[in-house]
Design a protein around this ligand. Structure first.
Ligand code: HEC
Length: 155
């Protein structure tokens, strides 16, 4: 390995480590995440909850920093209400999420994991949603889901 190859190796190693390394709190949160995945698994047909990828995007856009992200999610998950729900499409398609009254400490860990995890775009979910909307004759909705597929899942 010459000098520039070595530098490239070093940079790519550091870069990938910084992308995948979870904090100790997030690692604990990850072990509790199956509590959410039972409904938020993007591959379910029919779905029981919207994929975490889109929820995370919405929360990122609606909160000021990491602490606000974690706290807002904990407040919602303990006591979901129509007033505090920001995933309008999820509420419309699936109804309001049932409350999960777990201790704040555990929820904060799960939500730190959600904050740090790099969820891949939910391509299986969008493909299922296109199929379901088309079967129902809701072509407008099918088009919307198809545009997500086109935008994020083209190889
Ligand atoms: C019984 C199924 C179920 C479980 C378990 C579940 N969810 Fe949900 N969740 C839903 C559904 C359905 C929605 C879409 C409706 C809504 O937004 O309330 C949703 C929406 C959400 C939202 C978006 C809320 C908004 O602003 O509209 C968040 C955040 C969320 N879930 C987090 C979690 C976390 C974190 C867990 C695990 C601790 C979890 N959910 C477990 C069904 C579930």
């Amino acid at each position: 390995m010459n000098r520039s190859q070595f530098l490239l190796f070093l940079i790519s190693t550091l870069f990938s480590a910084s992308c995948i390394a979870l904090s100790p709190e997030a690692i604990e949160g990850k072990s509790l995440y199956p509590t959410c995945h039972v409904c938020h698994d993007q591959a379910m047909d029919p779905p029981l909850g919207p994929p975490m990828w889109g929820i995370k995007r919405r929360y990122k856009n609606n909160t000021t920093d990491n602490e606000d992200f974690v706290k807002s999610m904990t407040n919602f998950v303990k006591k979901p209400t129509l007033e505090t729900a920001i995933h309008d499409e999820g509420v419309e398609q699936l109804g309001l999420m049932p409350p999960l009254p777990l201790p704040d400490e555990l929820l904060n860990k799960i939500h730190t994991y959600i904050l740090e995890e790099q969820f891949p775009p939910p391509c299986t979910h969008w493909a299922i949603a296109v199929k379901r909307a088309t079967e129902k004759g809701d072509l407008e909705h099918a088009k919307k889901e198809q545009s997500m597929l086109d935008q994020f899942c083209k190889k």
